[in-house]
Design a protein around this ligand. Structure first.
Ligand code: ADP
Length: 252
């Protein structure tokens, strides 16, 4: 029996090693793409006489790519902070309605471009909770961006907030492509991407959900996924209403 155990452990380690290798090569590729774009634009600016308009366009492109690369590096740093239990939380009193408004403002254009309707269902008198505001905004923006990304045009995304005894529960529901059963278990894992070709096209690193889970778990909450292929996905997270300071993994 101990032989079986060793074989199993060995298989798991090999799988983890493979995921890590795939991840390193994917991240290198993702980091290299913006560099290539920046180099081409910079060379063009140096070598050609071009109008002010074209110059500005090139500079905008360079800035967009710098931002993209900075976001990826931030994600990598966050993952390593989560791994080592060193993610910092700055708790304050937060009204979730305000967070939803800010997040909607962030993603509205993307939703409009795909003619996707976003519905919000939140009790008027929802209680204030103590949480890290910027991190919670990030959770909403990431989940909403994914919901929009993986939902066909004219689809629907909803945000449902429920006030329970000890916690606030929020669901982000879409009627998009859904996530298959075998992938559901792994989706919050750090090196896991459901479909690297589709993701590659959309330019993601697959770190988003692992970071979201780190943010929610790190504040004494939990997150789970329900989904059916072809029908849609619902990500639900719960945050305690009464948060004791030591619920935070580490407080700045
Ligand atoms: P990425 O930044 O690469 O999108 P995420 O961790 O946010 O990384 O998501 C990982 C993968 O999970 C995505 O690439 C996608 O395949 C799948 N996924 C996430 N959200 C949804 C959703 N709402 N519907 C369908 N698939 C999703």
């Amino acid at each position: 029996r101990s032989n079986d155990y060793l074989q199993n452990a060995n298989k798991k380690l090999k799988e983890l090693d493979r995921l890590k290798n795939d991840f390193v090569s994917m991240v290198s590729h993702e980091l290299k793409t913006p560099l290539t774009a920046m180099k081409t634009s910079s060379e063009f600016l140096r070598e050609s006489e071009c109008s002010r308009e074209i110059k500005e366009e090139m500079l905008d492109l360079i800035i967009r790519n710098i931002d993209r690369q900075a976001r990826m590096v931030d994600d990598l740093l966050d993952i390593s902070r989560i791994e080592s239990g060193k993610m910092k939380f700055i708790p304050e009193d937060v009204n979730i309605k305000e967070i939803i408004e800010i997040a909607l403002h962030n993603v509205q254009k993307y939703a409009n471009d795909k003619s996707i309707k976003i519905m919000v269902n939140c009790p008027e008198d929802v209680p204030v909770i103590r949480t890290d505001k910027d991190k919670l905004i990030r959770v909403f923006v990431n989940l909403l961006t994914n919901a929009i990304k993986f939902t066909p045009e004219e689809g629907e995304v909803s945000i449902i907030v429920e006030d329970h005894d000890n916690h606030l529960q929020t669901s982000i529901k879409d009627n998009g492509i859904g996530i298959s059963r075998e992938k559901r278990d792994k989706i919050f894992d750090k090196f896991y991407q459901v479909d690297s070709t589709a993701t590659r096209k959309a330019g993601g690193t697959g770190l988003g959900l692992a970071i979201i889970k780190g943010i929610i778990d790190g504040q004494g909450g939990n997150i789970y996924l329900e989904s059916e292929t072809g029908k849609g996905s619902t990500f639900t997270f719960r945050l305690p209403k009464e948060l004791k300071e030591d619920d935070f993994t580490e407080i700045e």
